[in-house]
Each structure stands twice: as C-alpha cells, then as structure tokens.
Design a protein around this ligand. Structure first.
Ligand code: EPZ
Length: 433
C-alpha cells in the first residue's frame, strides 16, 4: 500500500469471527437444521465448516452470510490434527462433543505468535463436570460415558474459550452448573442467547457468574451473529490515524464504549448513528457510529483486560495509532504474554517503541516510512496495514493470509474508503497457521 490516504466513507461490519465459530460448534448440540446469519466470509469459517463435515454434519452456504448446518442424530467425535493446527478455535467443539456424544478427541491446539494459549482451564472444568481426560498421541481425549453432571466451576482467569466450552458442555449436563469468574465478552452473550433459543436454561448472561440448569436435549435454532466489534474498532482507529471520516455500519456502539472513549481522548469526534444508539440495541444495518478526525491524534495510554476492559485484540492497532500520535503513551498488555511480537515489525516502519514485559512505551513520530513487514497474527497484520496507510512511500505486508482470517474483503473495503492498496505476490512462504 502507498501511504498518505485519508479514509472516508461508510463501511458495513460483518458478524464476529470470535462468535460465529462457536455458534457453529454449538450447532452440534442439537440434531436437525441450524441456520446462522451474518457469518463472516473468512477462512476460519471454512475450516470450522470442514471440521463439522468430518464429524458428520452437512454445512452449506445458503446466501450472503448464511450457513445451514444439518446435524445428524449420530455424529463423530474426533477433530483432526491438521484442522486444529490450522485453527486454534477448533478446540470449541470439545465441550459440545463431550456433552452430546459422551466422548471427544481433539488435537491439542498449539500456541501461536501471541502466546502459549493454554487449555488447562477448559480441561479442568470438564473434569469437574465428570469427564475423564487423557493426552494420547497429541490428542486430548475426553470421555463421559455416563454423561456429564453439573458442578460449581471457578475459572482462575475469565477465559473466553474455557467459558464457551464449559457453557456448551453444561447445557446438557444433569443438574445445575455454576461457572464463576466467567468471561463476559459480547461474543459469550451471543453464544448464550443462541443456546437459550435452543432450549438451554442459562442465568447470569453478561455477568461473571453463569448458572446453567441442564436439560435432556436441545433443538436447533435460527440465529444471527453479533457484529464484529474488533473489525469495527479497527475501522474507527483507521479513521483517526488517517485524519479521516468513517461511518461504521451494523456495529454495536455499546460493545466499544471504552475504545471510542479512548479515541475521543485522542481528539476524535465520535457520534452514534441510527438505531437506538443505546446500550445493546439491535445492531441493525443502519446502526453504528461515525468517527471523524481533523488533525494529528494525541497519544493515549491503554491497558488491555478481559471485558469490559480494553480488548487485547485492538492492542496492535492502538500501538499503531500511538506511533503517529502527538506525545508518548504506555500500552499495557495483560491478556497474552507475547502480543508485542509485532512491535519489531512496527519499528521497521520507523516507530519508536520500547517494550519491557507487559508494557510498551510508544513515542509518536510525525512520519513513518514505508517498508516490507510481516504479519505475525490476524490483529498484528491489521495494525501493520493501518500503519502502512500513514507511512511515507510503499509498505508491503507479507503473510497477509493472517489478516484475511479476520477481515473479510479488507483490501477492497480499504480501496472503497480511498486507500491506495493492492495485493501482490507474498514475499513470504504462505504457510497455514
Ligand atoms: C479468544 O481467544 C479470541 N479467539 C481471541 O481473539 C481473544 O484475543 C481472546 O479470546 C481474549 O479476548 C477466539 O475467540 C477464536 P482466552 P481464547 O481463553 O479463547 C490463557 C483474534 O485475534 N488461558 O480468554 O484463546 C491464554 O493463554 C483472537 O481474534 C490459559 O492459560 O482466549 C491467554 O493468555 C486472538 N488456559 C489468556 O488466558 C486456558 O485454559 C486469554 O485466553 C485458557 C486460556
């Protein structure tokens, strides 16, 4: 991409990657036809669809953003190594399979460029629900031949994945389960709403304490995925960095309160658009927010935390923003221990960033200079793209397949907003995460 563009216009936001993948896994809990809407057109959805097919389901796209998932009475129980290697979120089938089939064999997901990504909390919770667990030849093997029994589970950390897996296991367990210190991200609420529509009995949605009364069976449902707040936040930060004016449509402002407040602190004008503009108002296609920026942003301090704190997934973008802002700021990463890996790539563009453990001190530069850089994960890649939009000259972001995993049609949308960006042959070996 060639730096110097000013992003301006309206951009629609698709459904959340970090919800849609779990909603697809939840379909395994109920034989029959589940219909999902607003599913993002990204590689990870294709990988999850393939995983469900190998378990015996029929998964078909039935229109823009629509998936029809036909789940038979009898389903398999193994998630293949190559699929889990390609996508860590495959671990989300563990809970549904143990609950529905009484056993599951899921390859142990590795770590990645942002950290170890353990699953100990998932496994400890399943054991408390009565599953026996073993590690066999690189697989997690979970067995519950007599079904699962409700338990009081306390998560050491409000893990998003562990909360989702345990919620999807508990809904079919005998008796009552309490998940304490549960994650409360909007994607968790989205999953809980779908499970409730399927017949699950869940109290405390949106709080740190989820209470689930197990039921004998669930019915398939028709559910629309919540808007992707991380993609929406990426556009908001892009508007600020390029002194632009972007209206983000279909987003839920209430899911980005802290982020939009930070951008206001940086000097942006942020207005709600359409709809009720209220809290969790329906995220219809005309709701959202508008971000305008007329001058260089002021640097803003950010501390990432589980919801409702600043989302770790927007940390790379706020580091990119601070790299061209007025002044200096500290960004503290509390969720993933290696999420500063991408800082080295930002330094190639002339950013002045010092990291020390969980902290990064960013000193804003008046100009960045374009260079070849490499995306190390989805969000780092998006952060580097935003930095490239404001760097002098040409920036090439290698391994852009990372970005494609989270941002459907990103380059086309950027061009529509005025960016000079195009795809070129990837200078790096195109691997598979
Ligand atoms: C989900 O990952 C998201 N991925 C991540 O988004 C997001 O950053 C993260 O939640 C936090 O919001 C998907 O939903 C597919 P965690 P997840 O369990 O579930 C440690 C993106 O770019 N941990 O809340 O893996 C873990 O190592 C991705 O879209 C354990 O130690 O996040 C990490 O340090 C990146 N043991 C921290 O907790 C466990 O059993 C947060 O993990 C579970 C987690």
């Amino acid at each position: 991409m060639l730096g110097g563009a000013r992003l301006a216009g309206a951009v629609p936001v698709a459904g959340a990657k970090n919800s849609a993948l779990k909603l697809m896994a939840a379909a395994l809990l109920a034989p029959g036809t589940t219909l999902l809407e607003r599913v993002p057109a990204i590689l990870d959805v294709e990988i999850m669809a393939e995983l469900l097919r190998r378990l015996g389901a029929d998964v078909a796209g039935t229109g823009p953003g629509q998936l029809r998932i036909e789940v038979p009475q009898q389903i398999g129980h193994q998630a293949d190594y190559d699929l889990v290697r390609r996508m860590r979120a495959s671990i989300s089938v563990l809970g549904p399979l143990v609950a529905r089939v009484g056993r599951a064999q899921v390859a142990l997901p590795g770590g990645d460029a942002i950290g170890s990504r353990g699953v100990d909390l998932h496994l400890a919770g399943l054991e408390q629900l009565g599953a026996t667990l073993a590690h066999e030849h690189g697989y997690i093997v979970a067995r519950a031949p007599r079904g699962l029994a409700g338990a009081n589970i306390w998560l050491d950390f409000p893990s998003v994945g562990a909360t989702e897996n345990l919620l999807m296991a508990a809904v079919l367990a005998r008796g009552t389960t309490v998940i304490d210190n549960a994650a409360r991200e909007p994607e968790i609420c989205d999953l809980a709403q779908m499970l409730s529509a399927m017949g699950a009995k869940i109290d405390g949605v949106g709080t740190s304490t989820l209470e689930v009364i197990g039921v004998d069976h669930l019915e398939p449902t028709h559910h629309t995925t919540v808007a992707d707040r991380i993609v929406a936040g990426t556009w908001a930060i892009g508007a600020v960095m390029t002194h632009g004016d972007i209206t983000v449509l279909g987003a839920v402002p209430a899911h980005l309160e802290l982020v939009l407040d930070k951008l206001t602190q940086a000097g942006a004008d942020v207005d709600r658009v359409g709809g009720t503009g209220g809290t969790d108002g329906p995220d219809g296609p005309d709701t959202g927010f508008r971000v305008r920026m007329a001058h260089r942003p002021r640097a803003v301090d950010v501390v990432t935390l589980p919801w409702p704190g600043f989302p770790t997934d927007l940390q790379p973008m706020v580091i990119a923003l601070n790299s061209v802002a007025e002044g200096a700021a500290m960004v503290t990463e509390n969720v993933f221990e290696s999420r500063f890996m991408f800082v080295n790539e930002m330094v190639r563009l002339g950013a002045s960033i010092r990291t020390d453990g969980h902290h990064a001190v960013v000193r804003g530069q008046s100009r960045l200079s374009g260079a070849p850089v490499r995306a190390t994960d989805i969000r780092a890649g998006a952060g580097l793209v935003l930095a490239g939009l404001v760097a002098d000259g040409v920036t090439t972001v290698g391994q852009a397949f990372h970005v494609d995993r989270g941002y459907p049609g990103f380059d086309a949308q950027l061009r529509e907003l005025g960016a000079d960006v195009r795809r070129v042959p990837d200078p790096y070996e195109v691997g598979q995460e």
